[in-house]
Write a protein that binds this ligand. Structure first.
Ligand code: FES
Length: 117
């Protein structure tokens, strides 16, 4: 499977993507959950612009975590500083799905960007 869906909570909005054609990104790694969210009109804070330097793009993966590329050391280090860290926490700017499963991710309250542009 290379086409897959990501459902973002709590807004319960689902965005489709294709792992064989990763979304290019101005912010975050191409094909990342952040790139897909931005493309789908979902606001996730990303203060550092997606370079793994701020951890404001923290997400909690509720389903499909095994389809994400493993976290590198710099992502693990950044995650150490997030409030509400869970075993399923990732940084949206670094988490790249391989398309083997659909995902459900939750954006924690404190890093939901309520500004609509
Ligand atoms: S946007 Fe800064 S770490 Fe992801």
């Amino acid at each position: 499977m290379s086409r897959y869906k990501i459902t973002f909570l709590p807004m319960n909005v689902t965005v489709e993507s294709d792992a064989s054609a990763p979304k290019p990104a101005d912010d975050g790694t191409p094909g990342s959950v952040l790139a897909i969210a931005i493309d789908g009109g979902i606001n996730i804070d990303h203060a550092c612009g997606g370079v793994c330097a701020c951890s404001t793009c923290h997400i909690v993966v509720k389903e499909g975590i095994d389809s994400l590329r493993a976290a590198e050391d710099d992502e693990e280090d950044a995650l150490d500083n997030v409030p509400g860290l869970t075993l399923n926490s990732r940084l949206a700017c670094q988490a790249v799905p391989d398309g083997s499963a659909d995902l459900t991710v939750e954006i924690p309250d404190w890093n939901r960007n309520a500004v609509s542009e």
